[in-house]
Design a protein around this ligand. Sequence first.
Ligand code: 13P
Ligand code: SF4
Length: 342
Amino acid sequence: MGTPGYTPKRAATDPLYGKVASVVPEIEWPVFAPDVAAINALKREKNAVILAHNYMTPEIFHCVADFVGDSLQLAREAAKTNAKIIVQAGVHFMAETSKILCPDKTVLIPDPLAGCSLAASITGADVRLLKQKYPGLPVVTYVNTSADVKAESDVCCTSSNAVAVVEDIAREKGVDTVIMIPDEYLAQNVAKQTDVKVITWKGRCEVHERFTAADIRAFRDAHPGVVVLAHPECPPEVVAAADFAGSTSAMSNYVGKHRPARVVMVTECSMSDNVAVEHPDIEFVRPCNLCPHMKRITLPKILHSLQTLTHEVRVDPEIAARARVSIDRMLAVRPLARLAAA
Ligand code: 13P
Ligand code: SF4
């Protein structure tokens, strides 16, 4: 007689449970296991890959994703995959970026309502007005934007390459000022690391704007010796109060390299869970804010997406072609030696 509740599907996924046992309670695994098994089988059958952002929950990040990373890494993976189908476990702008880079592939997003407050803060028409107001200044656009906005831009950037991109385009265009949209805080944080002047837009990440410098002081008081890592979408005073600021992957790499005894990641909640899995000996202090858009992506929706090939992401070919120029230009920018991994 077999163990009660021990189905063949469960048996097939049990080795994967070992990966997430420290962050997924054992009682929850039988709920996840059948979807994990079905998704992994369907991926092989349909020649699909899952690109998962660092903010995905651990059962997605560690058990069904083929590639994980920050926005820049996911864009690079999309550009080079041989799979026929890309399932973007992330938000809509990430799926659009994959589609722009892979126009001949089927790009699916498990929930088309997975948006982003930054992407919602600006339109292509806004960018056209900005260009009229500041003629001759290049537009550097965070990837957290619609294809329409990217199409109006000179170059894209992510949080991991923003300073290098700003300096590269300023040099190429022979200017000392750039327009950087839409994240006001990211732009202000970038401006502190370069001599290039930056004109900002009023976009905010609804997750990171809620952290305050008082929060950081409270973490340090309550958890002596804690190392504070912050995402550059946080307000500048939060970044100034942190020990290190960087993209989601840069924060993860920092933990792997420096192995602090105690750390707090001032960012979205799933980040700490995913990184903690790799470092059971490190204490993660976990105050965090949830991204409601990222959290729309779940195992059942990923499974449904693969079963029905929905929701397919499409981008108008003319807009996609122009947006691609901005993304390709970003992908060609080399990292700055002076900002090499902390
Ligand atoms: P990263 O590129 O650092 O992963 O950031 C993406 C994002 O949406 C953070 O809020
Ligand atoms: Fe957008 Fe902020 Fe969510 Fe990232 S965390 S997807 S920037 S709302």
